[in-house]
Design a protein around this ligand. Structure first.
Ligand code: FNR
Length: 398
């Protein structure tokens, strides 16, 4: 099926995932799709959304509905932002540019990963004036980290996002099975994998193999995307702690976001430290397997933080109704990771745009079906707390 026709036939994020699976070599698809170990947390992130049921209001004039909101004190056309994801160029050349442009087209913030294959400056130039957040991992080379932060400031990024759920890399076994391991080896398995996807191979060779542009200068090994899968966490500093977080907070004048908290006590501490936002996240199930689903963790975090910081959530958002559920349970917004990634890896910018079309259409449709005209009207009364919801009744008092 031709690129555009296949995209038009994609009605669900799941269809974009299927398209990505058909177009990417297996090892590359699994690098994006997979989680850690038994993928319990990966599955549970999704299941937590599926356990929630809504209580729609009827006979409301919903001839107009608007999903715009304020995220971190700035306007966003939808209550969502694109999550930072590394190595996207392995799926589509400079896939981060595709994602950033799609974010700009939809008027939502874009977060760029430290381990992106498009540099801070390349992204700033691709979407001038757009709301950008830089996601920093804390590298063992702290000076290099601070230089990255300074580059983000100089390039006009409004937010600094510190990811705290990766003191060491999660055990991502699909990567091991697919021979995405250290040192990267050209094995019969991955050669056969690549040979089965000639269009992908042609695109990759035409554009030059991806490198982790932000990390150029750190060390040759750490900029090779070929080594990223199994080298996750290798350059990161496992001694990074609250004091170091405070120093970063003090060094950054813009919006400060901490990503990867799932406990009330940690959230409380982050809020006390002056963080503007907390992202309830478990890295899309790619780090600690067996960790709590993010939607299940969110009420505890919201209770602990109160009005001191915004609470965003990510992990498992695949439907517009998931966004309504998250907001009804108190989130200020969601981040989407794989949803837009599947689109970008399958078809570049057009695919990322298709993912956002699907999500925004479903979101507005769900709002109207619930008798809701604006995000401000989305409240806890929308959540059904009968037998199906009983599981969360004890923790969710909103
Ligand atoms: C990620 N995530 C991530 N997070 C981060 O802070 N820095 C990063 O470099 C990456 N890289 C990354 C790569 C890939 C392929 C995935 C799928 C995820 C985690 C990401 O920001 C987000 O937390 C999850 O993707 C959210 O879950 P969903 O939406 O993918 O289910």
């Amino acid at each position: 099926m031709s690129g555009n026709r296949a995209l038009r036939r994609a009605f669900r994020i799941e269809d974009l995932r299927a398209l990505a699976r058909r177009r990417l070599p297996r090892g590359v698809f699994d690098l994006f799709d997979g989680g850690a170990e038994d993928e319990l947390t990966l599955a549970d992130n999704r299941a937590a959304f599926q356990r929630v049921r809504l209580r729609p209001k009827v006979l409301v004039d919903v001839s107009r509905a608007d999903a715009s909101t304020q995220l971190l004190g700035g306007p966003s056309a939808l209550p969502m932002a694109i999550a930072p994801t590394g190595a996207v160029g392995f799926g589509w050349p400079h896939g981060e540019v595709a994602l950033a442009r799609a974010a700009q087209a939809f008027g939502i913030p874009f977060a760029l990963s430290t381990s992106a294959t498009s540099s801070i400056e390349r992204i700033a130039a691709a979407v001038p004036g757009h709301r950008l957040w830089f996601q920093a991992y804390i590298l063992k080379d702290r000076d290099f980290t601070m230089k990255l932060v300074e580059r983000a400031r100089a390039a006009g990024f409004e937010g600094l996002m510190i990811t705290v759920d990766l003191p060491v890399g999660g055990k991502r076994e699909r990567d091991f099975r697919n021979d995405f391991s250290i040192p990267f080896r050209w094995t019969p398995r991955n050669l056969r994998d690549f040979a089965l996807r000639p269009a992908w191979v042609a695109r990759q060779f035409a554009s030059g193999l991806p490198v982790m542009e932000n990390l150029i200068g750190l060390s040759a090994a750490s900029t090779s995307t070929q080594a990223i899968a199994s080298s996750v966490g290798r350059n990161y500093d496992p001694s990074f702690d609250w004091d170091a977080l405070r120093r970063l907070r003090d060094a950054w004048a813009g919006k400060f976001i901490v990503k990867g908290i799932v406990r009330g006590d940690d959230a409380e501490r982050a809020a006390r430290l002056g963080c503007d936002a907390i992202v309830v996240s478990n890295h899309g199930g790619r780090q600690l397997d067996g960790g709590v689903a993010t939607l299940d963790a969110m009420p505890e975090v919201i209770d602990a933080v109160g009005s001191r910081a915004s609470v965003l959530v990510d992990g498992g958002v695949r439907r517009g109704s998931d966004v309504v559920k998250a907001l009804a349970m108190g989130a200020a917004g969601v981040l989407v990771g794989r949803a837009t990634l599947y689109g970008a890896c399958a078809a570049g910018e057009a695919g990322a745009v298709r993912a956002l079309e699907i999500l925004s259409d479903e979101l507005l449709r769900t709002m109207r079906l619930c008798g809701i005209r604006s995000t401000a009207e989305i409240g806890p009364d929308l959540i059904f707390r009968g037998p199906l919801g009983a599981q969360r009744e004890s923790s969710f008092t909103g």
